[in-house]
Structure formats: structure tokens, C-alpha cells
Design a protein around this ligand. Structure first.
Ligand code: ADA
Ligand code: CA
Ligand code: CA
Ligand code: CA
Length: 209
């Protein structure tokens, strides 16, 4: 099986739905789009302007799967802790693709992001605004600024596990943090057209596993 999202045989594949407000997935619930394409209207233009609305908001423990997010990507997906994001495509990432939210003092737990495809991110794909452990697996990304970024100037700890990802055309870096306690672990990572993979205070914060 290849890296990235796949919708073959899903009942909503080829169908689209236009939304005008954020789809909220309640705590512990699952939103299964069965291959549907979501088109946002009036929620932001997908530019680098901050404060666009998210397409999805996943409360604590919620799961999002089998969705294609069309342009404009707005502020992507917001997750609040211990979430699963599986088989999601960002056709044209907006301000960013997914943000781990929460105050910097509240740990967002473990976030699993797998079997996803993302393209055309002017800046970041995955933005971590709270301490968290994120497991990235089977993700295909193309034409991005950064794959994962801890909110600039913060010093809390994040742990990133990057497994079986294929990333092409990277302007800034694969992973970037200003925190001395954040760690990044990677294996089976294929990167092309990227000058600088890691931007960490110390190279000892990054290792294979
Ligand atoms: C920028 C901004 C942060 C936060 C972040 C985001 O880095 O400085 O305050 O808004 O974007 O989550 O998009
Ligand atoms: Ca931003
Ligand atoms: Ca874009
Ligand atoms: Ca954002």
C-alpha cells in the first residue's frame, strides 16, 4: 500500500458538501466522511491571514476520518487532545492544516495522524500550540513550508514521531521548534527538495527510532 490517503470504494467519494461554519466533533465521537469532499464558504480565504475559522474542531478524544478538505483550507483542523485523524486529504492547505490547541499549560495528550495527504501549504502543515505527543504515520506532503512547527517562542515539551512519511518540496524545514525540551523521532522518512530538515536548538533533540 502506498503512503497517503485513499478513498477507493467509499460511499461518499465524489460527493461534496458546502459548509458555512465549523463542523464540531464532540468529545469521544467520530466523524466519518466516507470519502466526502468538504468545501468551506465564508470561513476564510485560505491565505496566511490568522483567525480564519477551522473546517473541523475535534474536542477531547474525538476522531476525524475519510474526508477531503477542498480549497479554501481556512484554518484546517483544530484538535483539543487525545485525537485521531485518519485518511484526510488537504487539497490546498490554508493558513495551516491542523493545530493542536489548548493553553500552553494544558497537555493535549496523544494525537495520531495517519494515512493523510497534504499539498500547497504556504507555511505550516502541523502546528502545536500546546504540549503534546504526535504520531505521524503514512503521510504524504508536497509543496510545504514546514511539516511540523511548535508555536514560535514557546518552551514547553512536544514529542513528535514521524514514521513512513514522504515529503517533497519543503521551503523551511521538516520540523522546527524553539524549545530545548521538545524531541523528534523519525524512521522510514523520505524527503526530497528540502535544504534543511531540522530547526532545533540542539541537534541532539532529533533522532531515529
Ligand atoms: C502564528 C501565531 C500564533 C498562532 C499560530 C497558529 O504562529 O503567531 O499566535 O496563531 O500562528 O496557530 O496559526
Ligand atoms: Ca498561523
Ligand atoms: Ca495553500
Ligand atoms: Ca492557524
Amino acid at each position: 500500500s502506498s503512503v497517503g490517503a485513499s478513498y477507493s470504494g467509499m460511499s461518499n467519494y465524489g460527493k461534496s458538501e458546502t459548509i458555512t461554519s465549523t463542523i464540531v466533533v464532540d468529545s469521544g465521537k467520530t466523524y466519518d466522511g466516507k470519502g466526502i469532499t468538504i468545501i468551506a464558504s465564508g470561513m476564510g480565504d485560505g491565505s496566511q491571514a490568522e483567525n480564519q475559522e477551522p473546517i473541523f474542531k475535534l474536542k477531547e478524544g474525538a476522531t476525524l476520518k475519510n474526508v477531503i478538505i477542498a480549497s479554501p483550507g481556512c484554518d484546517g483542523v483544530h484538535v483539543y487532545g487525545n485525537n485521531t485523524v485518519d485518511n484526510v486529504t488537504w487539497e490546498d492547505v490554508g493558513e495551516d492544516a491542523l493545530t493542536v490547541k489548548g493553553s500552553s499549560s494544558a497537555d493535549a495528550g496523544t494525537i495520531n495522524i495517519s494515512n493523510c495527504t497534504a499539498s500547497a501549504a504556504t507555511d505550516k502543515l502541523f502546528q502545536c500550540n500546546a504540549p503534546c505527543k504526535v504520531y505521524f504515520s503514512n503521510i504524504k506532503a508536497n509543496d510545504i513550508g514546514k511539516f511540523v512547527r511548535q508555536n514560535g517562542g514557546t518552551s514547553y515539551k512536544c514529542e513528535w514521531y514521524i514514521n513512513n512519511c514522504t515529503i517533497d518540496k519543503v521551503k523551511d524545514s521538516i520540523a522546527r521548534t524553539d524549545s530545548k525540551s521538545t524531541k523528534c523521532y523519525y524512521k522510514n522518512l523520505t524527503v526530497t527538495n528540502c535544504t534543511t530538515w531540522w530547526k532545533f536548538p540542539s541537534s541532539s533533540q532529533v533522532s531515529t527510532y
